[in-house]
Design a protein. Structure first.
Length: 459
């Protein structure tokens, strides 16, 4: 079915064509007609299915008629994170190029004064995170009585972040006669309760089984030791062995994000980072570098796990196995988008067994295990013996040496014994010291084959 069959205006169809799209995704084809008919809607779709355009496109046509008034937005879109809100704003700019709709973005981390000025001028579309919206509403800068359309996006993520009470309060400030659209990857009981309370006879659309993973994503579990050094070394081998065009690496903690990004840069990778402790301009700048390809590896906390639509992400790496199984689905959903294929690796330490079992139970599939090559010092013990062979004199010379007394012999042999023993002492250095140098193990030459080649699958 082409976009022309969905009931969109000619101006909007022109914008879609100029953006490079010819056919709608299943969620777009199913959602756009009922939204244009002013039906309430529940859309259940995994990430990467084109969900954002399924409400942005019909909203543009619906709002084309009418005019905005000061402090009274005509429509409201609620997003759980700043990044998702900014991305929805980008979609409105892209698809609304032939319309004259005004828009305001209410997110934390940026000047509140500029946002208040935009509201004073009046906006057709208000895109907001719940916290900043409630803040400005409490200050009297927003009136929601003229809002005829509400979108609650990533509802299950809202639940995880504790925003459901805020959303319920916001809904009570809106007119009872309105159109409400709710989108979520899963429908846990609290989200179903929210839908039952605030949606009127909604049309329900489900394009994938809840919590299922994209069939276009090849998934692997990579067993590793518990130490941070071993995980970083394994990750680097995977990055070098794979044809990584663009990758996102997820960590459970913000401190791990910072440490891993620092380590990757030290080893020559073009990496960046994004996490909750960064100011909003910094986060947007890092995302922009990643989108432009100036940074090819983005190390992220779960703040970036949901909804970010970045083209060309060939790989996702879970440096830490996620604590919540739902987060696994959303993390790996950053690759394999819009029909493309992708690959996802999860590094699994011994104490991650329960987390992996929960993920496999949720997704209903067993993830294949992958074995990595042996570490350098284990695979090539001969490298450590070479200094000993080089220091030994030819046999003929040893036989012609004059005898020395026992004391003199011990004194002369002592320095050489200490020198021969030194590499073995260095190999026993703790991991935290080994990763502080230019690279691991003191190797300053080209990358050996056994570090950059070959991963074998195990049944």
């Amino acid at each position: 079915m082409p976009f022309a069959d969905l009931g969109l205006s000619d101006e909007l169809l022109r914008s879609v064509t100029e953006a490079g799209y010819t056919e709608p995704t299943p969620i777009q084809a199913a959602a756009i007609p009922p939204v244009l008919m002013m039906r309430d809607l529940i859309g259940i779709a995994q990430t990467g299915t084109g969900k954002t355009a399924s409400f942005v496109l019909p909203m543009i046509d619906i709002l084309a008629q009418g005019r905005s008034r000061a402090r009274m937005p005509r429509s409201l879109i609620l997003e759980p994170t700043r990044e998702l809100a900014a991305q929805v704003a980008e979609n409105f700019e892209k698809y609304g190029v032939h319309h004259k709709l005004s828009m305001a973005l209410l997110i934390g981390g940026v000047s509140m004064g500029d946002q208040v000025k935009a509201l004073e001028r009046g906006v057709d579309v208000l895109i907001a995170t719940p916290g900043r919206l409630m803040d400005l509403f409490g200050r009297g800068n927003i009136l929601l009585t003229g809002c005829s359309m509400l979108v609650i996006d990533e509802a299950d993520r809202m639940l995880d972040m504790g925003f459901i009470p805020d959303i319920e309060e916001i809904c009570t400030k809106l007119p009872k006669t309105r159109q409400t659209l709710l989108f979520s990857a899963t429908m846990p009981p609290p989200i179903q309760k929210l839908a039952d309370k605030f949606l009127d006879n909604p049309k329900r659309i489900e394009v994938a089984r809840p919590a299922s993973t994209n069939v276009n994503i090849t998934q692997w579990l990579v067993p590793v030791k518990a130490s941070a050094f071993d995980k970083r070394e394994t990750l680097r081998r995977l990055l070098r062995a794979e044809e990584v065009t663009n990758a996102i690496i997820f960590c459970n903690r913000k401190t791990t994000v910072r440490e891993l990004n620092k380590s990757l840069k030290k080893h020559g990778f073009r990496s960046g980072e994004i996490h909750g402790d960064m100011e909003q301009p910094q986060r947007l700048a890092e995302l922009d570098l990643f989108k432009r390809g100036e940074v090819t590896i983005l190390v992220a906390s779960d703040v970036a796990a949901r909804g970010l639509d970045i083209k060309g992400v060939s790989h996702v790496f879970n440096f830490d196995a996620p604590w919540h199984p739902d987060d696994y689905v959303h993390r790996i959903g950053r690759t394999g988008r819009a029909g493309a294929t992708g690959t996802a690796y999860t590094l699994v330490a011994p104490d991650d067994a329960e987390n992996i079992a929960n993920i496999e139970k949720l997704t209903g599939q067993t993830i294949a295990r992958l074995e990595t090559p042996a570490a350098a010092e284990e695979a090539h013990p001969a490298e450590r013996e070479r200094p000993q062979r080089e220091e030994r004199a030819p046999r003929g010379e040893r036989e012609q040496r004059p005898r020395r007394d026992e004391r003199s012999s011990r004194q002369e042999r002592a320095p050489r014994a200490a020198a021969e023993d030194r590499p073995r002492r260095e190999e026993r250095r703790p991991d935290r010291f080994r990763d502080e140098g230019a690279d691991d193990g003191g190797w300053n030459g080209p990358i050996p084959d056994f570090l950059s080649v070959g991963l074998t699958a195990s049944a």
